[in-house]
Design a protein around this ligand. Structure first.
Ligand code: URA
Length: 237
């Protein structure tokens, strides 16, 4: 289900045709491509320009839930004694209790929250407000609010689009500034440029994505992408 173990997936390389628009077989180091068929199907529906705002929002929530399942795969378990109606189990597995914070990069990151919190209901939530200067594409911070004990939590930093990587780098910089040690970046689509930029600055941060698209266009949009995730999520265009 998780790459890089590409050959294990029956659908690996499916997108590779003569006009390849994804770079599946070249998934870079520390990038985990979630190629589950349900996710890939839903992602295609999200990419379609005819998809309504309501449907786009629902699909993003569903994918976020499935992603939450994948990105928490390495959570540690401990064992406790429990009684079932039938007998005692001396070593039943339960989560060790490492705490999670989901940090949303505003505004499109909000689309991930519901789905993730449905699966991890006790997670805390942080927000980082960043906008892209349309001329320079540089990330400018306008809001930052995270839980006080964020240093003790595993952080899932969420933003549907890893495009230039500027917002992701700025967000990880800020999280490290406040003492975050364990950060995973979770997105829907990544551009090679964004992956390179984030890993140039923060190589230890794993990037979970459902697709690596071909490139960025001159306006910093992912190609073929799905357009402006915030606009499609909130119907602002
Ligand atoms: N942000 C988006 O919403 N879409 C892109 O393609 C790039 C950045």
């Amino acid at each position: 289900m998780c790459l890089p173990v590409l050959p294990s997936s029956p659908n690996a390389g499916l997108a590779m045709g003569s006009d390849s628009w994804q770079i599946l077989p070249m998934t870079p180091k520390n990038v985990i491509l979630i190629d589950h068929p349900l996710i890939q199907h839903k992602l295609t529906l999200m990419r379609k320009k005819q998809t309504s705002v309501a449907k786009f929002r629902r699909l993003l929530r569903e994918i976020a839930m499935l992603l939450a399942y994948e990105v928490t795969r390495d959570l540690k378990l401990t064992h406790v004694k429990i009684e079932t109606p039938i007998m005692t189990i001396p070593h039943a597995p339960v989560l060790e209790g490492k705490k999670i914070v989901v940090v949303s990069i505003l505004r499109a990151g909000q689309g991930f929250l519901d789905g993730m919190l449905q699966l991890i209901p006790s997670a805390r939530v942080g927000h980082i407000g960043l906008y892209r200067d349309p001329k320079t594409l540089v990330a400018v911070e306008y809001y930052f609010k995270v839980p006080k004990d964020i240093q003790k939590r595993d952080c899932l930093l969420v933003d549907p689009m890893l495009a230039t990587g500027n917002s992701a780098v700025a967000a990880v910089d800020r999280l490290k500034e406040v003492g975050c040690k364990s950060i995973k970046f979770v997105c829907l689509l990544a551009a090679p440029e964004g992956i390179a930029r984030l890993h140039e600055e923060h190589p230890e941060v794993p990037i979970y994505t459902t697709a690596v698209d071909k490139k960025l266009n001159d306006h910093g949009y992912i190609v073929p992408g799905l357009g402006d995730a915030g606009d499609r999520l909130f119907g602002t265009k």
